[in-house]
Design a protein around this ligand. Structure first.
Ligand code: ZN
Length: 166
C-alpha cells in the first residue's frame, strides 16, 4: 500500500493526453493499487492516473466506498440525459463549481486482466466517469464550470452529499 502525491491544478501533467495501456505489468498493477489507496485516503470518489503524475489511461472510481471500479483505456460509448450539480476535484482543493454532465453513461474499458467490459452508470457514477475520462484528455472540470468557482467550506461539506471530489 502506498499513498501517492496528488498533483494540483497548474502542474503540466494535468494538461496532457494520456497514453493507452498496452499490457498489464507489475508496474501498472502497482499504479492501480496505489491509486485506490490514494483515492480512499483523500476521501475521493474517483482518481485518474495523471492526478498522481502518470500519463496512462487508468481510472479508479468508487462512489459508495465499497464498490471500486477499475477502468483501463476507458471510453464512453453512450450517453443520455443531463444533470447539473456541484463538482469538485482532488487536484483543485478547496473549490467546487456547477457542471452539467450526462445523467447516464455507458463506458467500455479493460479490467485488470485486460479483458473488455462495459459498465452503465447514472447520477454520481455517470458524473465521476465523465470527470475522470476528461482527466485522461488533460481536461479539468474548471473549464466546464457554469458561473464562478466557489470556495468549499469544509464544516458544511459533510452535510452536502452532492459535493464529491473526483
Ligand atoms: Zn478530478
Amino acid at each position: 500500500m502506498a499513498i501517492r502525491n496528488i498533483r494540483e491544478i497548474g502542474e503540466e501533467v494535468l494538461t496532457k493526453r494520456c497514453k493507452e495501456v498496452t499490457e498489464m505489468t507489475p508496474r501498472v498493477r502497482e499504479l492501480i493499487e496505489d491509486m485506490l489507496d490514494t483515492m480512499y485516503e483523500a476521501n475521493g470518489v474517483g482518481l485518474a492516473a495523471p492526478q498522481v503524475g502518470v500519463l496512462k489511461r487508468v481510472v479508479v472510481i468508487d462512489v459508495t466506498g465499497e464498490d471500486p471500479h477499475i477502468f483501463i483505456n476507458p471510453r464512453i460509448v453512450e450517453t443520455s440525459g443531463e444533470q447539473t450539480g456541484q463538482e469538485g476535484c482532488l487536484s483543485v482543493p478547496g473549490k467546487s463549481g456547477q457542471v452539467t454532465r450526462p445523467n447516464y453513461v455507458k463506458v467500455a474499458a479493460l479490467d485488470v486482466n485486460m479483458k473488455p467490459f462495459e459498465l452503465e452508470g447514472t447520477e454520481l457514477l455517470a458524473r465521476a466517469i465523465c470527470h475522470e475520462l476528461d482527466h485522461l484528455e488533460g481536461r479539468l472540470y474548471v473549464d466546464k464550470v457554469e458561473g464562478p468557482l466557489q470556495d468549499v467550506r469544509y464544516d458544511e461539506e459533510a452535510e452536502d452529499e452532492e459535493q464529491e471530489e473526483v
